[in-house]
Design a protein around this ligand. Structure first.
Ligand SMILES: [Zn+2]
Length: 236
């Protein structure tokens, strides 16, 4: 049990691992930067810039680029070079369909297996969210809330699948928290999921988590259509 949080950190690649090769280190740093939105979807990533940023030669950067291309986080565009991948609408719909299934399963398993300390952590995150209004902080707390549910599900294969989805989520433009009308309902839904996990009601936890992702998907579509409208306006 005591090992679990460390395991999650390793899966997330956020732990400082001294034994990484230079190429692996660049891979982890760059992947985390893409996940955190430091490099936006569609943005060009130059070898020389990354090498300078991380103070390494171009060889490990090239190695990291290859791995991130294999993971689908970076793509090579003939006339532009290496850019952060962008998801099209169909990919987004497929991604949310899987999220509904996996997040639902995770919440159901968390209702069965969460340690009391993990439930206390979820409560704490919901409380912290009440006190926050900035979009990026809300998005960060939201990520933390969901990752805590994944950890509480205690299933390493599910965790792996969810982490792979999270990498693809990073390729979506913006966050649903950019939509102010989504903030209240999202927090209410978190409370519902938490209540179901706390009362150890697996079926309810699963349906409320699915409903939450459903709401997130609708908000995401709205944010994207707003963004493309804005884009068109500035082009005119
Ligand atoms: Zn959420």
């Amino acid at each position: 049990m005591a090992k679990r949080p460390r395991k999650v950190d390793q899966e997330n690649g956020t732990e400082d691992a001294p034994n990484l090769s230079r190429g692996e280190l660049v891979h982890v740093k760059l992947r985390d930067a893409i996940r955190a939105g430091r490099f936006a979807p569609g943005q060009r990533v130059r070898e020389t810039e990354v090498a300078k940023w991380l103070d390494v030669s171009r060889t490990p950067v090239r190695e990291a680029f290859r791995r991130l291309q294999a993971d689908g986080l970076l793509v090579f565009e003939p006339w532009r070079g290496v850019v952060v991948a962008e998801l099209d609408q169909q990919q987004m719909i497929e991604l949310y369909a899987m999220r509904k299934v996996l997040e639902g399963t995770a919440a159901g398993l968390a209702a069965r297996h969460a340690a009391d300390s993990q439930i206390a952590m979820l409560e704490d995150l919901v409380e912290q969210t009440d006190a926050v209004t900035a979009t990026d902080e809300l998005a960060e707390l939201n990520r933390h809330f969901h990752q805590s549910i994944y950890a509480a599900a205690h299933n390493r294969y599910l965790l792996k699948a969810l982490n792979a989805l999270r990498d693809s989520m990073a390729l979506l433009p913006s966050t649903t928290y950019a939509l102010s009308e989504r903030q209240g309902p999202a927090q209410d839904e978190h409370r519902e999921i938490l209540a179901a996990i706390k009362s150890r009601d697996a079926a309810k936890a699963e349906t409320t988590a699915r409903k939450h992702i459903d709401g997130a998907e609708r908000a995401r579509l709205k944010v994207i259509s707003q963004m493309s409208r804005k884009h068109k306006d500035t082009e005119l």
